[in-house]
Design a protein around this ligand. Structure first.
Ligand code: PRX
Length: 567
């Protein structure tokens, strides 16, 4: 029997106080995610239970019990406090998936500071805009990434500390840099946990929009109430599970469920600090006897591509529950996984802004392959008319996905951008920016995004950010960035570029510009293809018509072009 039991029963008279009770929380109490994920679990008699099995490159392994992670998070918290980090200041984690990323996350929360996790493959420009916007006080990083921070530190007056977790004693540290070694630091048995309350800011995740800067999504400690219960009811985490969330904590799945959901439920989780590789992944499941696996459609499609034969080489019999997030999960992927693993992937839908799973296929509930499932108990979701923002009552009609605000893990604002935050609400609904249709049984079917943001392998890329970076290249006169279809990543970035006179188009220029973006932004934002054009299609007012280029890439009807200046 799954944790959720009967979905129909659960949605009746649902109240979030049920989660509060399980977490021994009452309104007005101190609520600290760092404490809840470590000290509280130890107090439940699980101090010696394994919390983290970590595997790095070359099979290097480290294991931590709940008591170990309690001590390590105390130690990191005390170190940062000693450096003068104050409650509410932003501390950025700019790390590969090393233990310090997971433990640093909770250590920062324990002292009441705000965690800003950033993907370690970000280039200096991506890093700069996010650190500048958040007025970040400290960055915790590794020696392999410190050069990117050095490149931009002079433009960041708020950045007081650059902490290097694996500093090389032979290489001198530079201005504002401090070495911190978790292994060498004296463990701190008692740390005064900062008395954070439900509404105290906790995590600041940056996400991409169509226009403007990436937005800082501000979460609070009360998000735990949603993350805990969804981890129990959707991921179905239980005491004897070995859980593997493949997401990087640079993204919200890797924090809400790769840290908080896993440890708030006292679950043993494993982490593989390695990108996607079919056989390495199967070997990892076999070796650690993974039972619950939370992954993404791009990975599943890659596994499908490598085929069934390789599956037979590994003992994957420990698996009991599979869940997916981040992009549309094709019906074929669900059917395939049922066939080869004997278990279907359960789709789950949510966003950085929602903080926890909103719509999902629950264990025990009938799966309709290709559908995202039904709203989590306590979540009111609807398909809205795009003009009136009223729910469409006829099943099958496509509209906007709206969510009734008020669940615990909803973002509280966009950092220093209250106006954009307010624009996300219409007629009493939070607008997700996605389109879907609802069937007569109340299942949601994803149709697409309602904006130009590119979802490549589950990661959102802003065309605006890539276009701005392209313009910094000396040869680029103008550019337009759209998605193009891709078998594995669903979408990849494609750039149309008009070059300045004297810069010839060709394979060399293409490679050179691709690399420029990879280094500046990230490998994900790098265009997979650059098409050189004489000029770009524009509206009469001079706005680049991305819509037209997008339609061309996807073989869609181009629609009304009457406002085009050229074609
Ligand atoms: O467009 C939807 C897509 O990913 C967006 C949210 O991305 P992000 O904030 O980075 O968070 C990703 C992980 C929670 C959504 O607006 N998306 C997410 N899950 C699904 C999805 N699209 C289709 N099906 C899903 N299950």
């Amino acid at each position: 029997m799954s944790n959720i039991g009967s979905y129909e029963q659960r949605i009746k008279n649902f109240d979030w106080s049920l989660s509060e009770k399980e977490l021994d929380y009452k309104a007005g109490d101190v609520l600290n995610i760092g404490w809840h994920c470590t000290d509280r679990i130890c107090r439940q008699g699980k101090a010696d239970k394994l919390a983290l099995i970590w595997e790095g490159r070359g099979g290097k392994e480290k294991r931590y019990t709940f008591n170990d992670i309690r001590l390590a998070t105390n130690t990191i918290g005390a170190f940062l406090r000693g450096q003068g980090i104050k409650p509410n200041e932003r501390v950025c984690l700019f790390l590969d998936k090393v233990p310090e990323l997971y433990l640093g996350f909770l250590g920062i929360l324990k002292i009441g500071a705000v965690v800003q996790p950033l993907f370690s493959a970000f280039g200096d420009e991506s890093l700069h805009v996010r650190l500048e916007n958040a007025e970040t006080a400290a960055v915790i990083t590794q020696k392999k990434h410190v050069s990117k921070v050095r490149k931009i530190r002079d433009k960041l007056p708020h950045l007081r500390h650059i902490v290097v977790v694996d500093a090389d004693p032979a290489a001198p540290l530079q201005e504002r840099e401090t070495a911190f070694s978790l292994e060498k630091a004296a463990p701190v048995e008692h740390l005064d946990i900062h008395p954070t309350s439900a509404e105290t800011p906790s995590v600041l995740h940056y996400t991409s929009g169509t226009t403007g800067m990436p937005k800082g999504v501000q979460h609070v400690h009360y998000s735990l109430i949603s993350q805990y219960l969804t981890a129990r009811w959707v991921l179905d985490l239980r005491d004897d599970d070995i859980y593997w969330c493949t997401a990087d904590p640079g993204w919200v799945t890797g924090t809400s469920y790769g840290i908080i959901g896993a440890w708030a439920t006292g679950t043993t989780q494993c982490v593989l600090d390695l990108g996607f590789m079919t056989e390495a992944w199967y070997k990892f499941i076999e070796k650690h006897r993974v039972t619950v696996w939370y992954s993404a459609p791009t990975a599943i499609r890659s596994l499908m591509k490598t085929g069934e034969e390789v599956v037979k080489k590994y003992d994957l019999s420990s698996l009991r529950h599979l869940v997916s997030v981040g992009e549309p999960l094709n019906a074929e992927a669900v059917i395939w996984s049922e066939k080869v693993y004997g278990l279907p992937f359960h789709d789950s839908y949510w966003q950085t802004e929602t903080g926890s799973i909103m719509i999902s296929n629950y264990p025990g509930m009938k799966i309709k392959p290709g559908s995202m499932g039904r709203p989590f108990p306590g979540i009111t979701a609807a398909v809205l008319d795009p003009n009136s923002f009223a729910p469409l009552d006829e099943p099958g009609k496509v509209g906007l996905i709206g969510l009734r605000p008020g669940w615990p893990s909803m973002m509280r604002t966009y950092w220093k951008n209250e106006e954009t935050y307010r624009q996300k609400f219409q007629n009493g609904w939070y607008l997700t920016g996605d389109r879907a249709r609802l069937d007569k049984d109340g299942y949601f079917w994803f149709v697409g995004r309602d904006d130009d943001v590119i979802n490549t392998g589950g990661h959102l890329v802003s065309p605006f950010e890539v276009e701005s970076a392209l313009l910094e290249h000396p040869a680029v006169a103008e550019s337009a960035v759209v998605s193009k279809p891709d078998d594995i990543n669903m979408e990849v970035v494609k750039a149309f570029v008009a070059l300045k006179p004297g810069h010839p188009p060709g394979a060399d220029s293409e490679l050179e510009i691709m690399n420029f973006i990879r280094k500046k932004l990230s490998p994900l934002a790098m265009p997979q293809e650059i098409e050189f054009v004489e000029s770009l299609p524009k509206t009469r007012s001079g706005k680049i018509m991305r819509r037209l280029l997008h339609a061309r890439e996807w073989g869609e009807e181009i629609g009304d072009t009457s406002s085009l200046e050229n074609d």
